[in-house]
Write a protein that binds this ligand. Sequence first.
Ligand SMILES: [Fe+2]
Length: 237
Amino acid sequence: MTDISRRSLAMGAGLLACGLAVGARSQQMPPQVAIAVPVPKATPKPLILNPEKVKGLSADLLRNHHDKDYADAVKTLNAVGEELARLDFSAVPPEKLGKLKRDEQAAQNSTVLHEIYFDGLAEAPTQPAGLLAQALSRDFGSLDRWKAEFVGIGKSLASGTGWVILAYAPRDKRLVNSRAENDSMAPAGAVPLLAMDMYDHAYAADYGTDTAKYIDAFMLAIKWTNAERLYREAMRV
Ligand SMILES: [Fe+2]
């Protein structure tokens, strides 16, 4: 064996020994710790209206809806967000990640839509006015035609879940009425201006299964000034 062959053999043995040592050390290392990321913490918005003054919806119904159902959505959103922040995405089973992401989207939508729902209720009747009234006539033909579609969508959600959403779509620069059968469904790329909650917790205590009466009450209780404020903001998106 030449000197060069002996040196190569010795170097190879050294590298092998070094590799084995590194492998042994890596096996002894603890599992990789997931990187902690900041978690946005949602806080329930207070009920700014006086529930005693909303016609057609009882104060008890509105308080329970706000303090329990809406608050539960915010709690779920925060709990899921914390769990996701601790996860090692490279190791979590896909089924577990899938469930967490479904829950996150449902809780996020539920939180946002409930806030628009409560902000959209008035203590005294209001009417569509200004730019929003013009846009409703432009995009639906007339206010009555807009209302007929919005109400009809509500009546089509007869299973005790879902939302009817009036939204502005910046991509198309127009208003749309949207039908969401559950919290996870919402129009992509559109900004909600008005949301009618069709989950039975929103009406059953006052109206039982008579969704038509609940829808009539909601339509008379809309705070149009809030929808118009959101419309003006959405047009700047
Ligand atoms: Fe609700």
